[in-house]
Every structure is written in C-alpha cells, then in structure tokens.
Design a protein around this ligand. Structure first.
Ligand code: PLP
Length: 415
C-alpha cells in the first residue's frame, strides 16, 4: 500500500468482507497517474506508449489506458482479442510475436495489425505467407537488463530477437518478399531503476536503425521499474531519462532525415512498451490469515494467498512489501514466514519477514501486486482465481472481474 491514501477512506476489512479474499484491489487514480507519467515521458511529438498488457489485461483497466491515450502491445491472439474488446483499433495494437504459428500470424495480419518478427526463421515463414504485409523486426543489440535472469531478453542468453549481425539478412528477406519494413523494436528485459542501461540499449538500437531505410517507427521496449522495497530501491528518475531520450530522438530524427531524404521530412515515431510501471503500484492484494504456527523455530503465517494467486515470489524470488490489518499499535514485531494454501513447501510469499504480531482472521495487504499478479494467476490445486475490484476516482468500489466459480473449473470438459 505504502501510500495511506490508497484505500480512499474505504476500510480494507469492508472490501474483504464484501468481496471475500484473496482479492485484488486497484486504485484508478494511481493507474491513471502512471499512464500519464509514461505519456509525458518526453516532449518529442511523435511518441506513443504501447502499454504492455501482459502485466495486467483486465478489461476495465485496458479501457482506462485507452482513455488515457495509450496504445498496446500484444504477445498472443488472446491479448489482441481482449484489446479489441477494450476498443483498441488495429493501428493501436503492435503484435510482438515469438515462435508463433502461421495461424497466429494470420490472426494479426487479417486485422491489419503490424507484426514484429523475432527470428530469420519466423521472418521467412511470414514472408512466404504474407508478401506485401507490414512488419517490424525485433533486434537484439546485445544489451540486457532485468530483475531476474528469467526476464532478461537482450544479450547472449535469450531466445528473443534477431541478433544484430543478422539484421542485413533480415532486411534483404523483407525486400525480396516486398514486405513493408516499417519498424524496428527491442525489449532489453523487465525491470530497471537506473535509466543508463535503457539508454545504452536505445543508442545501440538507433545505431542499427541508421542502416535501415524506410522506417516509420522505432519501439524501444519496456522494463521501467518501480520500487517494490522503498528501503533499498530508489524511484526511477523519469525526468532525467526523458530529457536524455528527447535529445536522442531529436538527433536521430535529424540524422535519419538527412540519410534518407525520400522520407520527405516526415519525422520518425518512437514508442515505449511499459507494463509493470503502469499497473504494479495501482494494486494491493488482500489475503486472510487462517493459521499461525511454529515449526522448528520458524513462525508461519498461513494465508489464502497461494502461488496460484500471486506467483512472483515463487517464480522469481520477488519481494513484495506486506502490511497487516488491523493496525495494532505497540504489537511486538515477530519474524514470520508468510505462506499460502497450496500443496508445495515452496508456496512462500515472504520468508522471515518482520511483521507486527498477527492473529487468525487478520488481513495481509500485499503491496504493488498489479503487474504480473492476476495475469499469472492460475487454477492450480483447483483453486478459484480471485475477484478484482477498482476503487474509482469517485470513491466508489466496482467489481471489475468476478471470482471464478466452481463451475468454471469444469468448463470445457466433455460431459
Ligand atoms: C516485448 C515486451 N515488451 C514489454 C514488456 C513489458 O515489460 P515491463 O513490464 O517490465 O515494462 C515485456 C515483458 O515481458 C515484453 O516481453
């Protein structure tokens, strides 16, 4: 939660009692603020934010992002489908494909959505099936970043993108198949708090782009981080990063226009693909304490937040700040291992965490859960995925996704 205004005078237990736990609680004001911060990152006029909806694709949030003037990226036909439902137009969607079938490519092409290809192999297949279509090439300039090895997507150890030394070959394939190569894109990985590494990636991509004629768009990728742990992490300095990007954009666009006068002075467009930055801080996850127990000197706080609800701590060893409710002044602080209700010992939300003494039926409030939270939730152990509610700017609470029902668990089975 961190900011006490998050709940806007609504008591967490009121939400928990009304909607049951676990419960994803979003704050519209925070979500809109983050959209605006990204939109205003630079002053360069031809700049678009492609919200990376893999972080959170709740339909209501997507509609809000669209109201805020954001466009979206997509990683699958499913994401495209939901984005269309939220009202995004084909030209507002950028399909960043990875190892996809011809049918998946066709799903985007038939809708007039630009497809980014990320290997020579996929590009050849695309060219054979869709000559004349518009494409982007995802380039690996050798630079990577991320909060875990699992989300570093640039550099030597990654399945993503066309290595820069294969760019000439890729351009040749596009030319031969009359593909309209209109964009280059990259994504160095997920999570940086120091803009320097991002800028390094941008410079490398721009250097590669100078060699490619006819470009209309350069998409620099996402990865913008936010502090999960305010004690050890500093907020990303957006104004300094924005100023540096502005300078790079202005210099590049002048240089590119001089290199390729056939573009008739049309300024090149730039885009970024933030996911986490937009949605992470707009959400807390409420859970209920069902058991407190001690085993071999370890104190366990047993909650209903299993890794089917929030996977990040188990998947990446990620830290999420945890607060407790009710707030008990003067309660002793104890070291808890906070766990869920799933069948594996690894089902741990936080290890040896100093928290005020808790009792059964208390609530835990898991902070910054809005990115890669619900979107990674599953029905493992046949548990029901939780509901999502939104605290609106008008202080009203709205259910924006219902909890799964038991019937949902057997949907799709032959009877
Ligand atoms: C291609 C691409 N773009 C953007 C993102 C968003 O990253 P983040 O949420 O760190 O901004 C991802 C995340 O995996 C990605 O794969």
């Amino acid at each position: 939660m961190k900011d006490p205004r998050f709940f806007q005078n609504i008591r967490p237990e009121e939400l928990a009692d009304t909607y049951a736990t676990p419960l994803y609680v979003y704050n519209e004001r925070v979500f809109r603020t983050r959209c605006r911060e990204m939109k205003n990152l630079v002053t360069y006029p031809n700049f678009t934010v492609h919200y990376s909806v893999k972080a959170n694709s709740n339909l209501t949030l997507l509609k809000i992002a669209r109201e805020e003037g954001l466009h979206v990226d997509a990683m699958s036909p499913g994401e495209i489908y939901v984005e269309e439902k939220a009202g995004f137009l084909p030209e507002e969607i950028f399909y960043i494909s990875n190892n996809v079938s011809i049918e998946e490519m066709a799903y985007a092409v038939e809708r007039g959505i630009c497809v980014s290809l990320d290997s020579i192999s996929q590009l050849r297949r695309f060219a054979a099936h869709f000559p004349g279509a518009s494409v982007s090439l995802r380039i690996n300039t050798g630079i990577g970043a991320g909060h875990s090895e699992k989300v570093v997507t640039g550099g030597k150890k990654t399945k993503f993108a066309i290595p820069e030394d294969q760019l000439n070959e890729a351009v040749k394939i596009c030319r031969e198949a009359s593909l309209r190569l209109k964009a280059l894109n990259q994504h160095i990985g997920s999570f940086f708090l120091d803009g320097e590494i991002y800028l390094e990636g941008v410079k490398a991509l721009l250097a590669a782009a100078e060699k490619v004629p006819g470009l209309e768009l350069i998409d620099l990728g996402g990865g913008f981080g936010m502090p999960y742990d305010e004690k050890t992490q500093k907020r990303l300095d957006l104004s300094s990063l924005g100023r540096s990007l502005d300078q790079l954009f202005a210099d590049f666009s002048k240089k590119y226009a001089a290199l390729y006068p056939e573009s008739n002075g049309k300024e090149i467009s730039f885009a970024i693909e933030p996911g986490r930055y937009i949605s992470a801080e707009s959400c807390v996850l409420l859970g209920r304490v069902h058991a407190i127990k001690e085993n071999a000197g370890h104190l366990y706080c047993g909650t209903d937040i299993g890794f089917n609800v929030l996977m990040r701590p188990v998947l990446y060893d990620s830290y999420h700040k945890i607060e407790t409710w009710p707030v008990r002044e003067n309660a002793p602080v104890l070291s808890y291992t906070v766990v869920g209700n799933i069948c594996e010992s690894g089902d741990i939300l936080a290890k040896d965490r100093e928290l005020p003494q808790m009792e059964e039926n208390d609530l835990v409030i898991v902070c910054d859960a809005g990115a890669y939270g619900y979107s990674m939730a599953s029905n493992y152990n046949n548990r029901l995925r939780p509901a999502e509610v939104l605290i609106g700017e008008d202080d009203q609470v709205r259910l924006i996704r219902r909890r799964d029902t038991l019937e949902d668990l057997v949907r799709g089975f032959e009877s």
